[in-house]
Design a protein around this ligand. Structure first.
Ligand SMILES: Nc1ncnc2c1ncn2[C@@H]1O[C@H](COP(=O)(O)OP(=O)(O)OP(=O)(O)O)[C@@H](O)[C@H]1O
Ligand SMILES: [Mg+2]
Length: 413
């Protein structure tokens, strides 16, 4: 997605109209809850109130709604001329205070889904519910969501404190309150010392923090993140990932988080939706996604290296004494690289003789590429191992780690 233009679009749509909804209650409570403003009469989960009379007239039902959960029901979006829908019958629920990641290959419909939650795009059929209210046709400014994009375009002429205060200003929040909220949010993000700088005077990571600050300061009911860390270098990305995780938990944020990065999905979310060609292939906890992938697609998407997928008859022919639950010609064996053991460690396991095709030492562990007749696997072994290429090596695993998939459907048995 052209991050900049989309960001501008959202800045206009969400920004300008935001005059609109005063985020009280629920998600909104998050920041104030953090600030221990428990004396406030606004209890978490209580109704949200619209301040803007026009919106209240046009969308009477958005007032008085606990608005921080998201439900997508049978969402379909077909772009004109496209062979198949970009988003194809997506049903998904993000509970209050839950972070759900959308992951999947480029073009699978992640951003399109998010844009429909934001109100920047509209489905051909299906519903978007926020706080159990139908928001499918409601304009973005009435949804009380905040979106953070990759490479968020910050207003170049403004100082950080003005950038962060801007969404509040647009919704008519007074100067004193703006200042208080900006400084509280800046403190939360560790960017207080940057408040008087302009975007050109910030590093990429700092800019991204400011973009998040701009979203957080509004205390929206729902956060939408579209690859917010993807244009940062690896080290900074990992650092911000940890911080963002802490922040989301602290805010008890309800969020949809789009990413290519399996590490982000694993560490930041309570549940992960793996999307393939517009459809949800599996939605589950990170642990279930990793340990019990529903399909070979999910199995091959997570893990680094990902799960080895081997035709069961080939595995048997290579010498692994497996007892598959169905005819091996109909099955794919899935085995994680860390569950493969080599050399003397294989005692008592099903094993076979391989040749070393390559090794990649990472310091704490080494990824070995091991060749059999007709296929190869990757193993992750502890320590710094650099066996000679072509060296023979015994490879084994304990059968409790074997996962079986139907070869035709790709589905787990
Ligand atoms: N405005 C549009 N008009 C026509 N087709 C579109 C439009 N926006 C997206 N698409 C198509 O819809 C599909 C899904 O796009 P989307 O941007 O949702 O993918 P994505 O999962 O976010 O991919 P990436 O990981 O590359 O950002 C793609 O095939 C894309 O080409
Ligand atoms: Mg995208």
């Amino acid at each position: 997605m052209g991050g900049g233009s989309a960001a501008d679009e959202l800045a206009t749509t969400l920004g300008a109209g935001v005059g609109a909804v005063l985020a009280v209650g629920a998600g909104a409570g998050a920041l104030s809850a953090h600030a221990a403003a428990s004396s406030s009469p606004r209890v978490q989960g209580r109704p949200r109130i619209s301040r803007n009379s026009r919106l209240r007239r046009d969308f009477p039902y958005i007032t008085g709604v606990p608005a921080n959960s998201v439900k997508l029901e049978r969402l379909v979006r077909r772009f004109s001329g496209a062979e198949r829908p970009a988003v194809d019958d997506v049903t998904l629920e993000v509970g209050q205070g839950e972070v759900v990641s959308l992951v999947g290959p480029s073009g699978c419909g992640k951003s399109t889904t998010l844009r429909m939650v934001a109100g920047l795009d509209f489905p051909d059929s299906g519903q978007v519910l926020i706080g159990d209210r139908d928001m499918t046709r409601v304009p973005p400014q009435a949804r009380d969501v905040a979106m953070v994009f990759q490479g968020f375009a910050l207003y170049p002429h403004m100082r950080v404190r003005e950038i962060m205060a801007f969404p509040l200003k647009m919704r008519g929040v007074g100067a004193g309150e703006r200042e208080a909220k900006v400084s509280k949010t800046a403190e939360l993000l560790g960017i207080t010392r940057l408040l008087d700088r302009r975007p050109a005077e910030l590093s990429g990571g700092e800019q991204q923090r400011v973009a998040m600050g701009r979203a957080i300061v509004r205390e929206p009911a729902v956060f939408l993140f579209d690859e917010p860390l993807s244009n940062l270098d690896a080290a900074l990305r990992a650092e911000l990932r940890v911080e963002l995780g802490k922040l989301l938990r602290r805010l008890e944020a309800t969020a949809l988080y789009v990413t290519h990065d399996q590490a982000e999905a694993m560490t930041l979310s309570s549940r992960i939706a793996v999307i393939r060609a517009g459809r949800i292939e599996q939605i589950d906890t990170p642990r279930r996604i990793y340990e019990a992938p529903a399909t070979t697609f999910v199995a091959g998407f997570f893990g680094s290296p990902p799960m080895n997928l081997i035709d069961a008859d080939q595995a048997r022919a290579a010498g692994f004494a497996l007892d598959p639950p169905k005819a091996p010609e109909q099955l794919v064996l899935g085995i994680r690289p860390e569950h493969l053991q080599v050399g003397d460690a294989v005692t008592g396991q099903v094993s076979a003789q391989a040749r070393v095709l390559g090794s990649e030492p990472h310091g704490s562990d080494t990824h070995l590429e091991l060749g059999f007749d007709g296929f190869s696997v990757r193993a992750k072994v502890p320590g710094f191992e650099v066996p000679a290429i072509d060296a023979p090596l015994r490879v084994g695993f304990s059968t409790e780690h074997a996962r079986w998939f139907d070869r035709d459907s790709g589905k787990a048995l």
